[in-house]
Design a protein around this ligand. Structure first.
Ligand code: OAD
Length: 253
């Protein structure tokens, strides 16, 4: 017997012309990527809000790079899970879903997602911490063994991860693309604690523009009370189940 809320969401997705999915760290949890908040979400007792800032980098760039080197090494050993694979399929082809992610692990990319907005950048890209003319555009660096302090190849200043830190603005093209994607029929928020803005505000934006909104998360979040429908469970089991239901002819679910 299929739970009623899953069947309802599958019906909405089947009838939708435009679908947008916002993802957070929870979608990569089953791949082995640690989440930021909750059990196991901390690194040496530092909170991400204290480490992921320009001030923390200016104070102690080597400590920051230790954290990022640890995360890069961890992520390098992870592969996309069933949830990434379902979203990659949904994104492909004309009229495919737009996937907006807060994750910097690139597992959506590795799964083959085509219509992807990486709101917080990529941990596999670096940029010049002094934003020199040639080094302000991010470059790819997939080394898992990093020097203690990687340098900008153009001006030799410390390089930084090309990710968005607290207190920094999102890339305006990414933010515009994410806001445009809130004009949709169904907006899903998956595996995010919904506390970091502006990403956390997108679901409400979509709701105000008339989208049917739903949350898939292991736990309740501030978005739970806002959405039309909330499903509690792991993204890696709920999304494949939804995918299966969408393929079932109407009336048979
Ligand atoms: P969080 O670590 O804050 O939240 C992860 C969410 O995933 C929690 O609500 C968990 O309950 C849920 N979760 C855990 N396992 C799950 C599973 N298997 N399936 C579904 N849900 C699961 O991560 P984010 O919300 O992504 O920002 O964090 C937002 C931002 O805060 C990050 O992008 C990062 C961080 O600081 C920057 O780096 C700028």
């Amino acid at each position: 017997m299929v739970p009623a809320n899953l069947a309802t969401l599958a019906g909405r997705l089947r009838g939708a012309r435009r679908v947008t999915v916002l993802t957070g760290a929870g979608i990569s949890a089953a791949s082995g990527v640690p989440t930021f908040r909750g059990a196991g979400g901390l690194w040496r007792n530092y909170r991400p809000e204290d480490l992921a800032t320009p001030e923390a980098f200016a104070r102690d760039p080597i400590l920051l790079w230790e954290w990022y080197a640890w995360r890069r090494e961890t992520i390098a050993g992870c592969i996309p899970n069933a949830a990434h694979e379902v979203l990659a399929r949904w994104s492909q082809g004309d009229g495919g879903a737009t996937i907006v992610t807060q994750n910097v692990d690139d597992l959506h990319l590795r799964a083959g997602t085509t219509r992807l907005v990486r709101l917080h950048g990529s941990i596999w890209e670096l940029s010049c911490s002094r934003a020199c003319a040639a080094g302000s555009a991010p470059w790819r660096d997939e080394r898992t063994v990093m020097p203690g302090l990687p340098l900008c190849p153009h001006c030799q200043a410390p390089a930084r991860p090309a990710v968005v830190w607290f207190g920094e603005a999102l890339d305006e093209n990414d933010l515009r693309a994410a806001l445009e994607a809130t004009a949709c029929d169904v907006f899903l928020t998956v595996g995010t604690s919904s506390v970091v803005y502006p990403a956390a505000g997108l679901v409400d934006h979509a709701r105000q523009r008339g989208a049917f909104t739903a949350e898939i998360n292991a736990d309740a979040t501030p978005a739970t009370a806002l959405v039309d429908l909330a499903i509690h469970g792991g993204a890696e089991t709920v999304l494949p189940e939804l995918d299966r239901l969408i393929a079932v002819p109407r009336g048979l679910v």
